[in-house]
Design a protein around this ligand. Sequence first.
Ligand code: 3HC
Length: 704
Amino acid sequence: MSGASPVSLERQGDIGIITVNYPPVNALGPGVAEGIKDCLARGNTDPAIKAMVLIGAGRSFIAGADIRGFGTNRPRLPLGQRVYDTLDASEKPVIAAIHGYALGGGFEIAMACHYRMALPSAKVGLPEVLIGILPGGGGTQRLPRLIGVKAALDMIVTGRHVPAPEAKRLGIIDELLPENADLHDSAIAYAMRIMGTRPSPRVRDRMVRLEDPGIFDAMRKSIARRARNQTAPYHCIAAVEASCAMPFDDGCRREADLFRELEDSAEARALRYAFFIEREVARLPDIPASTPVRDFTTAAVIGSGTMGGGIAMSFADFGFPVKIMDATPEALERGMQRIRDNYATSVRRGSLAENEMQRRLARIEPVAGYEDIADCDVVIEAVFEEMDVKKPVFAKLDEVMKPGALLFSNTSALDIDQLADMTKRPQDVAGTHFFSPANVMKLLEVVRGKASSPRTLATAMQMGRRIGKLSAMAGNTDGFVANRSRAPFNTEMVILLEEGCLPEQVDKVMVDFGYPMGPFAVGDLAGLDIGYASRKRRAAENPNFRMQPISDRLAEMGRYGQKTGAGWYRYEKGDRTPHPDPEVAAIIKEVSAGLGIPQREFADQEILRRLLFSSVNEACKILEEGKAYRPSDIDVMWLHGFGFPRYRGGLFFWADGIGVREVYNQIAAWHQQYGERWAPSRLLRDLAESGTSFREAKAAAFVP
Ligand code: 3HC
């Protein structure tokens, strides 16, 4: 091997240490697996070496196969010659010394080693299913042999990362080290202890422990809803099933066959794309990564309503102390009670431990007034969504907050520049648009005002990541990027009703497509009164604003959705199941007749395309106006703000599957039929003419 190999072997006494050094996370990039094989061979032939340690340099053991290499026709070694097989065949025992992550192929390598030790902060797992494939390095055959079928199926089908202490309990890790142990030295000591043991224990030689033969069908049933339209989770189950039905090598062959079927499937391509765009979104083309960010340790939230409370919980959930205030002590107490209730629900459902709830609650400090938050590093205003309510808050923040504190507004549509103008430090102001419920939804839109400084923006982006969000930058445009691109979808869905659709028909199409809920059912959950109020406000400002006669009628009847037991659907007391309501069907008929709109039948595909193409067109307008950096950022927003099915990649990725030309032709046809609201964007036309995909579309230079 040349000196440039990412894997090296050195000897310390009787022990050979194989180190993988392929930053940043030791993925199995070019030369890594080959390097390990080569070092193993050398270790086995060196008479001075009695046992070996496999360890990762930097922050991880091995994070798995190089995802960039999938779908690229890279050559593949036949079964029997892969690194896993070389480990199996190693005469001298090998210990995997794990820190950081041992994932996918990295964990499969660890399982092919003879012993495993780990630091308690390490995590192991087989997350392949999350990128639409299955473990292809023998993981589906070794894990059931190591920990039994039940636990293996759970890990492989969910793809979850298992913390080392749990991995020890499950039987994955032989030795769990104390937190401050030196992994390298401990691994050498371990190797010295076992170096005389022969034969070395191999996972492949163990019997599979099948606790319950019905487990496979039960698993298929239990994932039916979550995994609809997907193949990978089912192939994962089939591969584990093979581990019980055939000898190890045959099982590996079956695994390889199933792997090949998935590797370049539409679902795998979409999920890989999602993986990379979620990382790309953090890069701001016009703000260098080296921009100094403000280190924040304390945060404050103004307003303890649903949004403010959820934002405070997000900070507390990720270990940050946060102060929260409201206009009156009563409002604050109500807000705190809502927070306590939310946490208590999580404890009741078993997703949060009681003591962890106490720790989180202790981080949220209700305070009486502005003086109490003056020394916080960041403050997020989350008061009522009304310019006249928010403006005085910003004037007050300017007065009291320490110099350099960052002032963020949680608004979903208001002009951030007007709020910044209320202060003498507009460079420190930006929008941070959380999605509801704020402690659950992962998207954080960072809204860039005209004067927002690079430091403010870089800090806002980083703050989001530190509280578990995916931060995406948006320009200051009506509805910002996510909601603005979604707005035509919302308009189209009610126009479809006017033309003869029923809410349940539209919802079924969207659920079949992969959304967790249909848009009308979501409307009932959020409350129809909110949209109604905002439409009235917009109509007052803009005489051309199109009201929504059917939605308006429902709201005027007090049908606000789940909270009133009726909205687009009817609800039984204490039950959230939506039931189609003949009363709604009658209203739709009556209003449509009044409007003189001809009624007709709709095919599912037309419904789907009417909703999503309208948004594709708007998203193109956003790019051509330079209000977003790139198409993939909008895809991230759709994945994490609106529950767009991840295995379809995102709005643009999905539209690319249809083809720009076809999307354009359809939009142009609807423009003829329906008029102005379907006018194709310039960018869309240009893409169609030049045959460029949506994903390759270049946004105009960013305009705050
Ligand atoms: N392949 C290629 N690049 C990878 C990678 C991988 N497996 N894992 C991480 N990277 C890259 C990221 O794209 C990112 O690149 P960038 O800096 O250019 O954006 C960089 O490494 C750092 O990654 P993160 O920003 O995600 O770092 P974190 O510390 O937040 O997370 C991680 C680390 C948990 C390891 C996370 O990167 C991750 O989940 N990686 C994917 C792990 C995975 O899916 N492994 C299985 C691969 S499939 C497989 O092994 C098939 C086998 O069965 C044959």
